[in-house]
Design a protein around this ligand. Structure first.
Ligand SMILES: C[S@@+](CC[C@H](N)C(=O)[O-])C[C@H]1O[C@@H](n2cnc3c(N)ncnc32)[C@H](O)[C@@H]1O
Length: 284
């Protein structure tokens, strides 16, 4: 389009930059949340040292970033758009609200919010650990002619680079299963929300429809890695995707972890028979 590519500034926070591995971040509390025990955690079906996971996740998204949006459409036959639409519908963002989309990647959720909120919207903040995903997102924004309205922040969901009580709403879509300590990321969402603020999480979940689970298993462990190999040139990254989905807490478990973090009025909506689910909770 002939547009200068580095128009928007990308802000790196703290040690979680591309140059310095996130695993050395002393602000991330160690802990067993979401982990099989001790100093180990899951990376898909593999057990890895906790300190290695963030770097491994970052490598996955470095590899898939250029084809991420295309792959989302291919993998889900466009259904991820409906799920994201359902998340935004439930959140119902209004102009004047301050919102952070954590693990916002290439900006899909933020673009949708801005469209919904109209011209009077405050900038939406995107915070993602992976600078490659943010770069792809910034280029998308420029191609859409959206030269302002989004703050692109490189930071970790487990140590959000924002003061307490900064936002009216905090969202995370398909990001929570990638963090090393799920409970730490939930606690951080609660911390940065203002009282009366809301957290909404869209994530793959547990399939609740008999037979659909079998079909879905076959699709995710056979078709997805093949598609990832052909389109994105990275079969392993898409095998990780399928495995990380199976490792993620089911609807009930995630809801109780939200309550344990202090969220009130926790509610869950299943999408496509539980393939994905939206969790909503309020900081009161
Ligand atoms: C599957 S993508 C989802 C992107 C976007 N939310 C969407 O729905 O299209 C997962 C994103 O989570 C980010 N991510 C993984 N671990 C993270 C962490 N600890 N903190 C912040 N972002 C993280 C990845 O870099 C990637 O951009």
């Amino acid at each position: 389009m002939g547009v200068k590519r580095d128009f928007n500034r990308l802000v790196h926070y703290g040690p979680q930059t591309m140059a310095q591995p996130i695993e050395s971040d002393p602000t991330i509390a160690p802990g067993p949340q979401g982990a099989p025990g001790g100093d180990t955690t899951h990376f898909g079906y593999r057990t890895v040292a906790e300190a290695e996971k963030a770097g491994m996740v970052r490598e996955v998204f470095d590899a898939v970033a250029p084809k991420y949006d295309l792959m989302n459409d291919l993998m889900s036959a466009g259904i991820h758009r409906l799920w994201k639409g359902a998340m935004i519908d439930w959140l119902a963002p209004r102009a004047g609200q301050s919102i952070v989309d954590v693990a916002g990647g290439t900006g899909d959720i933020a673009f949708r919010m801005l469209e919904r909120m109209g011209a009077a919207a405050l900038p939406v903040t995107i915070c993602d650990i992976n600078a490659e995903m943010l770069n792809v997102g910034r280029n998308r924004a420029i191609d859409k002619g959206r030269l302002d309205g989004i703050n692109w922040i490189c930071g970790n969901a487990e140590a959000l680079p924002f003061p307490d009580m900064s936002f009216d709403a905090c969202t995370i879509a398909f990001g929570l299963r990638n963090v090393t300590h799920i409970d730490q990321a939930i606690a951080e969402a609660w911390r940065v929300l203002k009282p009366g603020g809301r957290w909404i999480c869209l994530e793959f979940s547990k399939v609740l429809v008999p037979m659909l689970d079998k079909l879905y298993d076959a699709y995710s462990f056979r078709v997805l890695p093949w598609l990832g190999g052909v389109v994105a040139g990275d079969r392993e990254a898409y095998r990780y995707l399928a495995e990380s989905i199976r490792r993620f807490p089911d609807q009930k478990n995630l809801a109780s972890r939200m309550e344990a973090a202090g969220f009130a009025q926790v509610k869950v909506r299943n999408l496509s028979g539980g393939i994905a689910a939206i969790h909503s909770g309020w900081r009161i």
